[in-house]
Design a protein around this ligand. Structure first.
Ligand SMILES: *[C@@H]1O[C@H](CO)[C@@H](O)[C@H](O)[C@H]1NC(C)=O
Ligand SMILES: *[C@@H]1O[C@H](CO)[C@@H](O)[C@H](O)[C@H]1NC(C)=O
Length: 407
């Protein structure tokens, strides 16, 4: 995951360094406007709402909602709620790109759910704060610990208040699963607000990660020190609308530059290309990477080095001040009592099967521990594979429906 997206980020950063106003006239590509998740949803004839949640520490998070399905015409019925949370470098768009037939957000809407899509602090949708600007390093002083202990619980409370429900279904991909484990272990009172929780390749234990960037950077930033200090508290590759529009225009529809787009796709997909939906490339390029703080990446790499699922390591001195102990505390996973469903793939370099197998022992209410049978199933396949509807979306929706019907 890191390698693919990192490569694209580097490319986009490089592209950003060139003056596109100069290149533009020569290659003559008309730039298309960017779309929000709400616009993408409406384009397919579904109703969409945009909501803003201000967190207790001032971040303004943009949530999107598909309140009902035009196919069911169920506007006035009471509907169970599902909250879907994206992974690292991603945003709410990822659950929409496969379109109404194959993307999980629409699949849930068409199964009669009220669908909410979260956006973590720092991504393209959640880049405002009540007092800080994004050029202030303080804005970027967070990791997925804060996303799990603040953004998720406060977004969930907002959704429950808006819908009048007392609990909801939760689906998280990758980091969206990480923050589920952080939330329910650190704030166990939230277990009662989860009807079922689905971790699609959640990144929790990372000792066996084989992914190039994580393993490669581990010696430099995996432990507190100069490397980590230099890199911490920054946005990781600012989102560059102009470059992304260029990519979309160059590779969308009948690609004007097929070779260029092919190379780009290989960089994205790496050895996962066998399952990824190639038609998605232009939209992927347009929407990703959606922005993170470097601390999120550093925190994941620390997990690889420590082989533990624990809080951010600031170094012994600062840990002592913050945690009252020299080593960061581990998340108490045994406090996760919500009904949990886990899904993992055998060709996933980020949520490795070996690391996944350490989780069931902690989860008293684990209802499903599912290995996707296709041996080539990789980390991004949980969202973007051609077979994602049959392999992932349909079963997840079915388990949520089964819960509603009393299992
Ligand atoms: C890798 O996975 C195995 C099996 O789950 C586990 O015992 C081990 O601690 C993990 N981490 C490393 C670094 O081997
Ligand atoms: C692949 O992506 C395209 C473009 O978004 C979408 O229309 C199509 O349904 C997707 N196919 C599958 C099998 O997911």
């Amino acid at each position: 995951m890191f390698r693919l997206i990192f490569s694209l980020s580097v490319l986009i950063a490089l592209g950003g360094a060139l003056d596109l106003n100069h290149i533009g006239p020569y290659i003559d590509i008309p730039l298309k406007p960017l779309k929000t998740s709400a616009e993408r949803i409406r384009e397919h004839g579904y109703p969409a709402e945009s909501h803003f949640v201000e967190t207790s520490d001032g971040y303004i998070l943009n949530l999107f909602r598909i309140p009902y399905s035009p196919r069911l015409n169920n506007q006035l019925e009471r509907k169970p709620v599902v909250f879907i949370q994206h992974g690292l470098f991603s945003c709410s768009d990822c659950f929409l790109l496969n379109g109404p037939e194959n993307a999980i957000a629409y699949n849930f809407a068409d199964a009669g759910f009220d669908v909410w899509l979260g956006n973590a602090r720092g991504n393209i949708y959640s880049r405002s704060h009540s007092t800080l600007t994004t050029s202030n390093p303080k804005f970027w002083m967070f990791s997925w610990h804060e996303i799990g202990t603040i953004d998720m619980p406060e977004s969930i409370d907002y959704v429950l208040e808006q819908t009048g429900e007392s609990a909801l279904h939760y689906v998280g991909h990758s980091q969206g699963g990480t923050v589920y484990f952080v939330m329910l272990s650190s704030r166990p009172e939230y277990n009662a607000k989860i009807k079922t929780g689905h971790g699609l390749a959640p990144a929790v234990y990372m000792g066996n990660v084989t992914d190039g960037i994580v393993a490669g950077l581990a010696p430099y930033v995996g432990s507190p020190g100069v490397g980590a200090d230099l890199l911490s508290n920054q946005p990781f590759v600012p989102y560059n609308p102009q470059v992304q529009r260029l990519l979309d225009s160059a590779c969308g529809g009948e690609p004007a530059y097929p070779k260029y787009c092919e190379t780009l796709f290989l960089m994205w997909a790496g050895n996962e290309q066998s399952n990824l939906n190639a038609t998605l490339l232009p939209q992927l390029a347009e929407t990703h990477p959606a922005g993170i703080s470097t601390n999120q990446g550093i925190h994941f790499i620390q997990l690889k080095v420590s082989n533990k699922f624990r809080q951010y390591d600031f170094g012994a001195k600062k840990n002592q001040l913050k945690y009252n102990q020299a080593e960061p505390p581990e998340y108490p996973l045994e406090k996760i009592t919500a009904d949990t469903f886990l899904y993992y793939g055998l060709n996933d370099g980020s949520a490795n099967a070996k690391d996944m197998k350490r989780l069931p022992q902690f989860l008293p209410n684990l209802r499903l521990f599912h290995e996707v049978p296709n041996p080539t199933w990789g980390h991004l396949d949980f969202i973007f594979a051609k077979q994602v509807k049959q392999e992932i979306n349909d079963p997840v929706v079915q388990y949520c429906k089964a819960y509603e019907e009393g299992y």
